[in-house]
Design a protein around this ligand. Structure first.
Ligand code: GDP
Ligand code: MG
Length: 160
């Protein structure tokens, strides 16, 4: 244990970030991982993965019934995705800010979607919308053995 870890009483949350098939095809994997890595969050899981229709439908189950749902499932299953688990204090809301608005044309410059995408149906990255969904989605996309608990050497230089 390091002193800063004992001192921190703040809640550490997890979020599921997914590089969607369009960004894999466009060669944006490194760029997207880099945004979260440079911010100072901790990566706990990472894999390239071709998902089934069933898994995509379960992940987006809240959107079942929307007119775009079939297109969304086709999109997410159209090629490999990069699945990531990240953790940190305040990570869920912060990651959503880094990602930007659902419609890339409305997303602020400086955000991932604002800088790198032009349409909702090809908005290149997913981020969980609540700590509860972060946990749910990580459990859905990863086995326990694929997740790593580790202590980044830079931790005392990121948080007092
Ligand atoms: P997010 O949390 O910002 O990703 O947005 P939502 O949870 O509302 O929607 C999930 C995903 O469904 C989005 O990221 C888009 O890929 C897709 N989506 C949402 N709305 C639309 C739409 O109107 N048309 C299409 N084609 N896709 C949509
Ligand atoms: Mg969402």
């Amino acid at each position: 244990f390091l002193p800063h870890q004992i001192a921190s009483l703040e809640q550490v949350d997890q979020t599921y970030i997914m590089v969607k098939p369009d960004s894999v095809q466009r060669g944006l994997v490194g760029e997207i991982i880099s945004r979260f890595e440079k911010k100072g969050f901790k990566l706990t899981g990472l894999k390239l993965f071709q998902c089934s229709k069933e898994l995509a439908e379960e992940h987006y189950k809240d959107l079942k019934g929307k007119s775009f749902f079939p297109k969304l499932i086709d999109y997410i299953t159209s090629g490999p995705v990069v699945c990531m688990a990240w953790e940190g204090v305040g990570i869920v809301a912060s990651a959503r800010k880094l990602i930007g608005a659902t419609d890339p044309l409305q997303a602020e410059p400086g955000t991932i979607r604002g800088d790198l995408a032009v349409q909702t149906g090809r908005n290149i990255v997913h981020g969980s919308d609540s700590p509860e969904n972060g946990k749910r989605e990580i459990a859905l996309w990863f086995n326990e053995a694929e997740l790593c608990q580790w202590n980044p050497a830079q931790a005392p230089w990121l948080r007092e």
